[in-house]
Design a protein around this ligand. Structure first.
Ligand code: GTP
Ligand code: MG
Length: 649
């Protein structure tokens, strides 16, 4: 199956899952079993499903054929070359292709001058008026091409300006921006481009990132810090006519890293194999040559050969446009596409499945527990009443006393529950004392002071290192609070289950591991980039400090923000079942006492009351059954595996 079909299958699955969860939500509200919190949680889950995006990034040195490959894989059905692709540098800035249906089709371009301000691209995304907008006429391929050409626009500036924007000028070793005879340098006109285009795959949530093939230094740190690590697949492209050059290797190390390709969704493409199609050679000879080159790339990149995909993007595009099957086969593009979908779709589905599953299961268990508790309470009450049949007033009175004392006992138990709540809120406060953004703000502030005052590089490195030590400490301490909360809640859940028959199961667990890993990653980046910058004289210390805060500290803050959100959701999830069931149990005890009282006072006859309760019992049983049915649909969908072809040999 081709990428487009598999992706469509995945989108269909996601839609069905969303619908099934939506029906579950409706069912809860129809049955008056929803509360504000669970409603919010499910709504949030549905939003996540709708906004779910699949990011695929293309990375390589310039002219390896990234843009051509994107054209061939995704845009061939438009009958022409959509993204500009030509010899020399073409794509001049990172270009995102996506579709957001709240905006018209258009290109948004962020001027390169914004680099001088040091604010990151994602920050600029919040200020639409900083971007230049170009409308897209999606029905005309020519006008689309014309508009897309803007992505490759350049401008001539003084070397001074170019350096100010972070470009490394006139360095032969880096093949970087050269000063022309007029004393000026050609630099990209735009810093970032977002193409909003209603392509069927983009409509379903695919986001393609085309990157310019400039060498590592001078590109946006954001690329390495967030765009590429967050991509679900990164394709690294080499060209058969150049082999693996020094700058290819530099980019490979910078963006994908050693061992990076063994991570899911990291693939290497050897493009332009048509340069080896020599009419004077037999197909077998050509095949052997391609194999040889794949093997040599594999050795250089330290990867198994099967992870390198030889293709001809150009011939693949031509073949698709002309409907030339044999040529398409020969371009080997289909093999790459099937491997890509093989990598991409299951991995993506797993992420979505995991996150939906835990939210849904929590909700399901909460409601299921509640209904079962209601049923158990009701049966107990029915038993009591049935036993009263034919008994005299004395027995009824005795019964009443029994329920009353049970109620009192539970109310004493409630004292414990209130105590637990107060400990819980103390622990929660402790947790946010470490994890909260106030502490991080302080750390950021004091680090900034230290760095601005520092006169030696050493002091700058130390301040950055200290920042990470403290950030790690905050996470460690938070983790300790979290385990304490879990331990306490486990004990309380157990106590209330054993002593009062509440159906609580075991509390949801939580950990900050992924955020620790994220901080590790940022620290590594800091060590390899900012610390090396410090050893180069041409970078001012002010510059390093600025970069640290604009790029690194900002990502750390984002990680903490996410961790805080997750922690809040978890705290609600761990407390909510307890709250619901305690409330429910209280109501039940009151009802039981009420109903015996009325029989005692002869305002209700026993038989009428028993009949009434039996009908409530029936309704409850039906509810449990129908809950089972609505949730079975969701669970079935959660267990579906998007069908996929066997890995291309
Ligand atoms: N022979 C051959 N040429 C190709 C192939 N793919 C791309 N090219 C050519 O290589 C040149 C560069 O292709 P682009 O798609 O612009 O490469 P890129 O990696 O996007 O380059 P930048 O945008 O400059 O970073 C163009 O002239 C393409 O026509 C291929 O499979 N075979
Ligand atoms: Mg390009």
């Amino acid at each position: 199956m081709m990428l487009a079909q598999q992706f469509a299958a995945y989108s269909r699955w996601r839609t069905l899952l969303g619908e099934a969860i939506g029906r579950f939500q409706d069912w809860l509200s129809d049955n008056e079993l929803a509360d504000a919190q669970s409603d919010m949680r499910i709504t949030h889950l549905l939003e996540r499903l709708r906004e779910d995006r699949l990011n695929v990034a293309f990375v390589a040195e310039f002219s390896r054929g990234k843009s051509e490959l994107i054209n061939a894989i995704f845009f061939a059905e438009y009958g022409s070359r959509m993204l500009p692709s030509s010899a020399g540098r073409t794509t001049m800035c990172p270009t995102e292709l996506l579709y957001d249906d709240t905006r018209p089709p258009r290109i948004d371009l962020l001027p390169i001058e914004t680099r001088a301000t040091n604010a990151s691209v994602s920050e600029y995304k919040r200020f639409p008026d900083e971007w230049r907008t170009v409308g897209l006429e999606v029905n005309s391929a020519e006008s689309m091409q014309e508009a897309l050409k803007q992505v490759s626009e350049t401008k001539r500036v003084t070397p001074e300006e170019a350096r100010n924007f972070g470009f490394v000028v006139d360095n032969a070793e880096l093949a970087s921006f050269q000063i022309g005879s007029d004393g000026l340098v050609d630099i990209p006109r735009w810093r970032h481009a977002v193409i909003n285009f209603p392509h069927p795959l983009l409509k379903q949530g695919l986001v393609i990132l085309d990157t310019p093939g400039l060498n590592a230094i001078g590109t946006e740190p954001e690329l390495t810090l967030s765009l590429l690590p967050n991509a679900h697949a990164v394709l690294f492209i080499l060209a058969a006519d150049t082999g693996v050059t020094q700058s290819d290797l530099a980019i490979w190390k910078e963006y994908i890293g050693d061992g990076g390709a063994t991570k899911r969704g990291r693939m290497v493409v050897l493009n332009k194999i048509d340069s080896m199609w020599d009419e004077l050679k037999s197909p077998q000879e050509i095949e052997a040559e391609i194999k040889k080159q794949v093997a040599s790339c594999a050795t250089t990149l330290n990867l198994p050969s099967r992870q390198i995909f030889p293709v001809s993007a150009h011939k693949g595009l031509v073949a698709k446009i002309n409907g030339d099957e044999p040529l398409l086969e020969r371009s080997r593009l289909p093999k790459l596409e099937s491997a890509l979908s093989q990598e991409l779709i299951p991995a993506k589905q797993e992420i979505v499945r995991d996150s939906s599953e835990s939210d849904f299961t929590d909700e399901y268990q909460r409601v299921r527990g509640l209904l079962e508790q209601r049923l158990a309470g009701l049966r107990e009450q029915l038993n009591e009443l049935t036993e009263l049949r034919g008994k005299n007033a004395g027995v009824v009175e005795y019964m009443m006393g029994k329920v009353r004392s049970e109620k009192e006992e539970f109310e004493t138990g409630l004292q414990r529950y209130y105590a637990v709540r107060s400990v819980f809120s103390t622990l929660t406060n402790n947790l946010f004392g470490h994890l909260g953004l106030d502490a991080l703000r302080q750390l950021t502030h004091s680090t900034r002071e230290t760095m601005l005052e520092a006169t030696f590089s050493r002091a700058l490195s130390d301040a950055m290192a200290n920042f990470f030590v403290v950030a790690h400490e905050a996470l460690n301490k938070s983790n300790k609070e979290i385990s304490e909360i879990i331990t306490m809640m486990e004990a309380v859940y157990k106590k209330f289950s054993v002593e009062h028959g509440l159906k609580l199961g075991s509390p949801t667990t939580f950990s900050l591991l992924r955020y620790e890993k994220e901080i590790d990653r940022l620290e590594n980046w800091c060590n390899t980039h900012l610390n090396t910058m410090l050893s180069l004289i041409r970078h001012e210390k002010k510059n390093v400090t600025q970069k640290f805060f604009d790029e690194v500290a900002m990502q750390v803050r984002r990680a903490f923000e996410k961790a805080n959100r997750d922690a809040e959701i978890w705290l609600r999830a761990i407390m909510a079942p307890m709250e619901t069931q305690v409330r429910e149990h209280q109501i039940q005890l009151k009802r039981r006492l009420e109903s015996i009282k009325r029989i005692h006072l002869a305002t209700d006859t026993l038989e009428d009351r028993i009949l009434e309760l039996q009908s409530v019992e029936n309704t409850l049983q039906q509810q449990i059954e129908s809950l089972g049915e609505v949730s079975a649909v969701v669970r079935r969908l959660l267990s579906v595996q998007i069908p996929s072809v066997r890995r291309a040999a």
